[in-house]
Design a protein around this ligand. Structure first.
Ligand SMILES: Nc1ncnc2c1ncn2[C@@H]1O[C@H](COP(=O)(O)OP(=O)(O)OP(=O)(O)O)[C@@H](O)[C@H]1O
Ligand SMILES: [Mg+2]
Length: 250
């Protein structure tokens, strides 16, 4: 077990229901600094909700969530904003402001949350857009971007503040294989100095990037461990989700 100071994110007996629907029940796991964890699970199981709990967009009914040693379930206002600032979040749908250009979408957090000069902001955004292959699109409005471009723009926005902890919800859904592997490379680079929690259905990419997998099934944490160790797990859903090749007949 790691020392507490080595832990970037920890969920401690977290449960969450929406109305009558119990989505997550008694979820406990921790992520070490600069570790990359991939969250796997069937559609609708609570993967996005897990990320939203970590960034405190959703509050747990019970349990605690520790970010860098602070229990964010107990924080409010400026204290909560301070801890949130350690995290970058790529939403599943990209979540850009549709009334701002791509450039201004990326500039917004830098203008609001940092003291950086106009020129510094320009340099950071140029670099981020280059990293995700959108250098020529900075003046476009979100509705002029394709689904995959929105996704890449969302990733660029998550990266501009250089977060210690990066939460990424399906980085490659809707992207072609070449772009997917470019995004994987980018995430691998980030991994050298960032703690990452990635929700993905792309097991191949997740295996390259992530040290461990967390598998959710029926509201519970069904398994946690290295991908190769989960291939023979007793839970069939875990085995199927972790397998590189999925055969419907099997
Ligand atoms: N704000 C909300 N209010 C009510 N129900 C919600 C809310 N957010 C999520 N849910 C419900 O919680 C469950 C889990 O949703 P979540 O978005 O986490 O699924 P997911 O595992 O990310 O699925 P997918 O792979 O399709 O993205 C779903 O039943 C969803 O309807
Ligand atoms: Mg989701």
């Amino acid at each position: 077990m790691n020392d507490a100071k080595d832990i970037a994110v920890a969920l401690d007996h977290v449960s969450k229901a929406f109305g009558q629907k119990q989505v997550l029940q008694d979820i406990t796991f921790s992520v070490a600094r600069e570790e990359a964890i991939c969250v796997l699970g069937r559609s609708g199981i609570g993967k996005s909700v897990t990320l939203k709990l970590i960034i405190a967009l959703v509050k747990p009914d019970t349990g605690h969530i520790w970010i860098d040693g602070e229990d964010i379930t107990q924080l409010k206002g400026q204290e909560l904003s301070r801890v949130r600032r350690k995290m970058g979040f790529l939403f599943q749908n990209g979540a850009l402001f549709d009334f701002l250009t791509l450039y201004d979408n990326l500039a917004l957090p830098l203008r609001r949350l940092t003291q950086k000069s106009k020129q510094e902001i320009e340099e950071i955004i140029d670099r981020a857009l280059h990293q995700v292959g959108l250098s020529g699109d900075r003046e476009k409005m979100p509705n002029q971007l394709s689904g995959g471009m929105m996704k890449r723009a969302g990733l660029a926005r998550a990266l501009v503040l250089e977060p210690q902890i990066l939460l990424v919800d399906e980085p490659s859904s809707g992207l072609d294989r070449i772009t997917t592997s470019e995004i994987d490379e980018l995430l691998l680079e980030q991994k050298q100095h960032t703690t990452m929690i990635i929700v993905s259905h792309d097991v191949h990419g997740a295996r390259r990037i992530c040290d461990r997998f967390v598998v959710l099934d029926q509201g519970r944490l069904a398994a946690i461990g290295k991908p190769q160790d989960l291939e023979h797990h007793e839970n069939e859903t875990v085995r199927k989700l972790v397998a590189e090749k999925y055969d419907v007949e099997s």
